[in-house]
Write a protein that binds this ligand. Structure first.
Ligand code: UD1
Ligand code: MG
Length: 503
């Protein structure tokens, strides 16, 4: 889209923004067949986080640079892009996405050279790395503003670098500043090219920059590879800008998490834990009581009302909403669910909504678990009880319905106050098609019954325990199919013959 955070004087107030994401590198240290940028962090691919940021910042176009496993990365990027657009603000038209192939990979500057034909000179380019997933949207916006501020002074946005102050600058490019005028940036020197004095510099380049596209094009086209690694360094655009009299600005942050890259499984795990701890922290700040912030995983978004309590080892996936006073017991896995006020989810419960748009719904004051399994399409009304070893799929349980032990409810509608007995099941599948079972309000389904769908059990009816029901029944009826009991008095059980061993 168009950027004009402030009323800026100069060559037009608004500038379109294009985002380039570098994702051609091999990721050797991951030792994995899966391309590095497709490994997941907080339930989303590394590249997914970056694409999400590009969509959220209202880019006009996103250009992803691929190289290693380009087909896999491109397909992955396309589906992550669709996902990001679905989740993004509806008010923004989605950006375009294009791909630039970089073969072979001759450095970050060479990567950007491949992206240039996809970019037009009328705007700004924001450069991001596919393996740096946690840069905050606010930070990126500030960096763009930093670039645009210069437009007021001299009609051209500046080259703006995101830098980090860190006690451990090892491995990063160091920011070189004019000793007499420290606000003047002179260049970036890579770790491998730096002299011992330069290596002491604690301000480093994060890999994120914003530049006016027109000038970026001339700068990257004039790069050379005369350096310690024989690569075309993108970071050399800084001296190109300085040499041609362009302003170079910096935005400095001090939170290393925002610019931490992933190179190895250990770094991925470290970043995952840090991300999860941060999420736990912000949930607790909102008032959520988490038993152990070191033992919670949110792989998506978790929205909580007040007085929510979460015990240890809960995993939340996709979009989960917990209403006021909801309690989640230990070791629950909950994905795409809307759990309403006062509901209790007991230990070891597994809840799996099909998608963000079609969550499992658990009504107010319901009690689910321990050891319950709610599959896609499960919709529970208020004060429903679902107990241990009960599986519910594509079914509605109206208020006050109960299935407390060892049951399967699939493709069914249970009316208010239905009691679905222990060991009862709906036989919803005839080997070819699925059929529905309708159980009207106040029905009692006896233990160990099989309800062979399709059928309707009329209101207030009763199914005798152990029955196999194949036909519907009228309201109020008792249906029973078990054989009549016979009792033989004084029955003597068979005995073992002499000399035989028991087997
Ligand atoms: C780069 C910066 C360094 C900075 C650091 C921050 C350069 C020369 N150096 O170094 O100053 O401190 O990032 O993390 O830019 N890539 C390609 N094609 C290539 C090479 C890399 O697409 O030919 C991609 C990688 O997949 C990765 C990103 O560019 O996503 C950064 O590359 P990487 O090799 O990690 O650069 P660094 O050496 O870390
Ligand atoms: Mg790197």
């Amino acid at each position: 889209m168009f950027y004009g955070f402030k009323k800026l004087k100069g060559i037009g107030d608004m500038l379109p923004l294009d985002v380039v994401i570098m994702a051609a590198g091999k990721g050797t240290r991951m030792k994995s067949k899966i391309p590095k940028v497709l490994h997941t962090l907080g339930g989303n691919a590394l590249l997914g986080h970056v694409i999400q940021a590009a969509v959220a910042i209202s880019a006009r176009k996103i250009v992803v640079i691929t190289g290693h496993e380009s087909e896999l990365v491109q397909n992955g990027a396309l589906s992550l892009f669709k996902q990001a657009c679905l989740q993004g603000e509806q008010s923004n038209p989605p950006p375009e996405i294009e791909f630039a192939l970089q073969m072979p990979q001759l450095g970050t500057g060479h990567a950007i050279q491949q992206a240039m034909p996809h970019l037009t000179d009328d705007g700004l380019t924001l450069i991001l790395s596919g393996d740096v997933p946690l840069t905050k949207l606010e930070t990126l916006k500030c960096l763009i503003e930093t670039s645009l501020e210069n437009k007021q002074v001299n009609t051209t946005p500046s080259l703006a670098l995101l830098t980090l102050q860190t006690a451990n600058p090892f491995g990063y490019g160091r920011i070189l500043r004019d000793t007499l005028q420290p606000q003047r940036v002179l260049g970036i020197v890579e770790e491998k090219d730096a002299n011992p004095e330069q290596r002491l510099i604690t301000e480093v380049y994060t890999g994120v920059l914003v530049a006016p596209t027109q000038y970026l094009r001339t700068w990257v086209n004039s790069l050379d590879n005369k350096n310690a690694q024989g690569e075309y360094y993108l970071t050399d655009v800084v001296t190109k800008a300085v040499d041609t009299g362009h302003a170079v600005k910096t935005l400095t942050i001090d939170n290393p998490l925002e610019v931490m890259g992933v190179n190895s499984p250990a770094q991925l795990a470290e970043l995952e834990r840090t991300l999860q701890l941060n999420t736990a922290q912000s949930l607790m700040e909102q008032g959520v009581r988490i038993k152990d912030p070191g033992r919670i995983d949110v792989r998506g978004t978790l929205n909580c009302a007040e007085d929510v309590e979460i015990d240890i080892n809960a995993v939340f996936i996709g979009s989960v909403t917990l209403g006021r006073g909801v309690r989640v017991g230990p070791n629950c896995v909950i994905s795409n669910a809307q759990i309403e006020e006062g509901a209790l989810i007991e230990a070891y419960t597994h809840i799996e909504g099909a998608s963000i748009k079609t969550p499992v719904i658990i009504g107010a004051n319901s009690r689910v678990g321990p050891f319950a399994r709610l599959r896609p399409g499960a919709m529970l009304g208020t004060e429903v009880h679902v107990g241990n070893f009960v599986e519910i799929k594509n079914s509605t349980l109206a208020s006050g319905a109960k299935a407390n032990h060892l049951a399967y409810v699939g493709d069914a509608e249970l009316g208010e106050r239905v009691n679905f007995g222990a060991g009862a099941i709906t036989a919803n599948y005839d080997g070819a098609n699925k059929h529905r079972t309708v159980i009207e309000h106040d029905v009692h389904v006896g233990s160990n019954s099989v309800l062979v769908a399709p059928l309707t059990i009329g209101a207030s009816g009763t199914i005798g325990a152990g029955s196999t029901i194949t036909k519907g029944s009228e309201p109020g009826a008792l249906s029973i199919t078990r054989a009549k009991q016979i009792s033989i008095p004084n029955w003597s059980r068979p005995r073992k013959s002499e000399g035989k061993k028991s087997g």
